[in-house]
Design a protein around this ligand. Structure first.
Ligand code: SAM
Ligand code: SF4
Length: 365
């Protein structure tokens, strides 16, 4: 492996004066380090966001993510240890990653997760840590998350009907998830609700879920279902495209208005007049957001993915276990960024793994 100097088209540009970075924005209030770099890929897209899947294990069996019998979990020795994750994140933060999302599998069923979060929240240079959780065991942890400085959590919730929740997740934990929602709202942690829209399952839940945004400051985001379910494709076409989701929302709320999307947003965002929160639609299967994609992914076994739809570019944990220095790890990441597919369609075509179909629990969403 090449260890220095060749960036394969990747640009690291010095930030322009006036770009808002630095200690007031960092998660760690002690941090005085200003991130000096702006990482770009070979298509000139800034890359400043890492999604870290800390486990492939899960306590639910969501229809769209896993078969009922579950998936074959990775042997424990294949999972990155916390020390390995910390080192890799540290290296990537030095390269320009500013925002980290902790995901899984279900992050909170990994032992000592809160200790890991405590450590990672002290990293210099990291401006934001967000978490995606199914909420089953999360409610009692919310006060500690708040103390750590976690400002935003995405909660997966596909229905407000306990019977349908059981049908979709194959577990009877609806009330625990609702307790987590309440705990997040009372702690004042910004909360997004992720709902995958499934033909013949929860397509009648768009209205009740959107109504959550009426009295609560939540962003309810409806996601196109993708074929990452650890089994066979559920349908031969995308039934609930982003356009159809919008039409359905408009039929319930004729006054729904488009609002500006934040930079790098994967969702189209809308305001329903009179609602405290917002609604959003994520065209995850149609892939309309690739042109501004700013994210990298690390799977639980350490595969770096430069696109959700690729099969993994290289295994950074293996490199680390083989004794790579921080500089070697950085160079390998830069090399991957220099060869990034231009969009999810190209990444899917280039997969060596075979067609998309692995469980999302092995990727992190
Ligand atoms: N277990 C956590 C949870 O469910 O929030 C975190 C991991 S989960 C894989 C991350 C996100 O991926 C969830 O919001 C889930 O709804 C979404 N997801 C999983 N499978 C999906 C699929 N086939 N299509 C679209 N979204 C999916
Ligand atoms: Fe588990 Fe999240 Fe996948 Fe549901 S979506 S099975 S909660 S990893």
């Amino acid at each position: 492996m090449q260890v220095q100097g060749f960036f394969f088209g990747v640009k690291i540009a010095t930030l322009q004066k006036g770009h808002k970075h630095g200690s007031s924005d960092t998660l760690n209030p002690k941090s005085a380090i200003r991130n000096p770099q702006l990482l770009r890929d070979n298509h000139h897209r800034p890359v400043n966001y890492l999604r870290l899947a800390v486990t492939d294990r899960c306590n639910l069996r969501c229809f769209y993510c896993m078969p009922e019998e579950g998936i074959e979990y990775l042997p424990k020795a294949e999972l990155m240890t916390y020390e390995e994750m910390l080192r890799i994140v540290q290296v990537m933060v030095r390269m320009g990653i500013e925002k980290l999302r902790i995901t899984g599998g279900e992050p909170f069923i990994r032992r000592d997760m809160m200790d890991f979060l405590g450590e990672i929240s002290q990293l210099d240079g990291l401006r934001q840590i967000n978490i995606t959780t199914n909420g089953v065991v999360t409610a009692p942890l919310v006060p500690a998350l708040k103390r750590m400085g976690i400002r935003s959590v995405n909660l997966s919730l596909d229905t407000l009907d306990p019977r349908l929740f059981h049908e979709i997740t194959r577990r009877d934990d609806f009330h625990k998830v609702m307790q987590t929602l309440e705990a997040l709202l009372s702690a004042g942690i910004a909360t997004k609700i992720n709902a995958v829209v499934m033909e013949g399952k929860n397509d009648g839940e768009l209205l009740p879920l959107a109504l959550l945004s009426k009295d609560n400051p939540v962003d309810v985001r409806f996601i196109e279902e993708m074929p990452f379910n650890g089994g066979d494709a559920h349908y031969d076409q995308l039934w609930w495209s982003h356009q159809r989701i919008l039409e359905a929302l408009r039929s319930h709320f004729p006054g729904i208005e488009k609002i500006p999307d934040p930079p790098y947003s994967t969702s189209y965002n809308y305001q329903i007049p009179g609602h405290r929160g917002t609604v959003g639609i994520i065209a995850a299967y149609s892939r309309t957001f690739c042109g501004t994609c700013n994210r990298l992914r690390l799977t639980p076994q350490g595969m770096l993915k430069t696109c959700l739809y690729d099969g993994g570019v290289f295994n950074i944990k293996n490199l680390l276990r083989a004794g790579a220095t921080d500089a070697q790890l950085s160079t390998a990441v830069l090399e991957a960024l220099g060869n990034r597919a231009k969009d999810g369609f190209e990444a899917e075509r280039q997969r060596l793994l075979g067609p998309v179909g692995e469980s999302m629990a092995t990727i992190g969403g």
